[in-house]
Write a protein that binds this ligand. Structure first.
Ligand SMILES: NC(=O)c1ccc[n+]([C@@H]2O[C@H](COP(=O)([O-])OP(=O)(O)OC[C@H]3O[C@@H](n4cnc5c(N)ncnc54)[C@H](O)[C@@H]3O)[C@@H](O)[C@H]2O)c1
Length: 329
């Protein structure tokens, strides 16, 4: 197949480029390059590279592709708070327009990188896809608005689907340490302590960034009727953690690091434990390759290989908000 990925030079994208190549697909990549200079390992090249804003893509750019994997976004809550306008125009308006153009260009499948953060302040535990959406950020609102508009475009020749990914963690050639598990491990290595900014009780579902990319491949290759208009939680039931459990998992790997509750964010309103049964039912053969333990072990080895230290932890390279601020300035 010929597959176009937006945001292929971010954190998740490089895994997806590699996997699609391994599966014999031809890849077009589109990325504006916000975090290009942040990569700590070389990024895989797409067969065709388009450097620029996905919002400028024309129907002619999209023609001839079988599937769009739309990853490009202002990709977390703090960046959304920094610039809600950029979040809405990119994540919501840009994504809806891209789906419309893809449909007009005859692309038959549109896979959107959504987020479990749409559940936000979870009203109950084990939230499935029918649960009330309770967004607490511009980022999460932008993901919901996109799902709601893009699903309306579905017809017999256009199949959109929405991957509501758990919070990612683990190694990527373009690492981020602004994600909870990566952050706590990075802190342990760089500072010798594990600084938890809430009281540690909020629930978060976690999934390795490589497994998110594998889910995209599964959605790209599945029969259209399996994925048509589906909004699906991507992760595993046994990979829901309270933040304090993530701290404990990090401490088992870096035993000298002390756990410190800084309480600086007060009580974190984002609290969601998620149910992933539907994903399992859709793809019974799909097993997550990583769990938190194996993903953290691999990342720890990478931190050591790259001699990750305090300067890295406190610098701009691995924190999207800081890198984006620098880029926009
Ligand atoms: N990382 C997570 O925990 C997580 C969880 C759930 C969902 N997601 C979603 O998955 C997607 C990828 O996340 P990530 O962690 O790889 O993010 P990332 O910030 O590392 O990468 C995003 C990429 O998109 C590019 N981009 C941003 N705006 C663009 C534009 N207008 N035109 C072209 N390129 C643009 C950036 O340059 C960057 O390379 C995002 O949509 C994100 O919201 C991520």
């Amino acid at each position: 197949m010929k597959i176009l990925i937006t945001g292929h030079r971010g954190y998740i994208g490089p895994h997806l480029v590699n996997l699609l190549h391994e599966h014999g697909h031809q890849v077009t990549g589109v990325d504006i390059g916000y975090f290009e200079a942040c990569a700590w390992e070389s990024l895989p090249a797409a067969d065709r590279e388009i450097r620029g804003d996905f919002r400028q893509l024309t129907e002619a750019d999209l023609e001839g592709h079988d599937c769009v994997c739309h990853l490009a976004a202002i990709s977390n809550d703090p960046m959304g708070d920094l610039n809600p306008e950029l979040t809405y125009t990119t994540n919501r308006d840009g994504s809806i327009e891209l789906a419309r153009k893809a449909k007009r260009a005859g692309v038959s499948r549109f896979l959107f990188s959504g987020s479990c953060s749409v559940y936000g302040k979870g009203e109950k535990l084990d939230l499935d896809e029918t649960a009330t959406l309770n967004p607490v950020s511009a980022y999460a609102e932008s993901k919901i608005a996109t799902e709601r508009e893009v699903v309306k475009l579905a017809d017999k020749s256009f199949s959109p689907a929405f991957l509501r990914n758990a919070t990612a963690y683990g190694h990527s050639p373009n690492l981020r340490i602004d994600l909870v598990a990566n952050n706590l491990l990075a802190c342990a290595i760089a500072r010798g302590d594990i600084r938890i900014m809430s009281d540690g009780t909020p629930w978060r579902p976690l999934v390795h960034c490589h497994d998110i990319a594998r889910a995209f491949v599964a959605f790209a290759e599945a029969p259209a009727k399996v994925i048509h208009t589906q909004a699906i939680n991507i992760g595993g039931n046994d990979q829901n953690y309270q933040v304090r459990d993530v701290g404990d998992a990090v401490q088992r790997l870096v035993p000298n690091a002390k756990i410190v509750y800084t309480g600086e964010v007060g009580s974190d309103p984002r609290n969601y434990r998620v149910n992933f049964d539907r994903f399992q039912q859709m793809f019974p053969g799909f097993k997550l390759k990583y769990n938190l333990q194996t993903g953290l072990e691999e990342l720890l080895a990478k931190f050591r290989e790259h001699q990750f230290g305090l300067k890295d932890f406190e610098g701009d390279q691995f924190v999207r908000l800081r890198a984006l601020k620098k880029h926009l300035a």
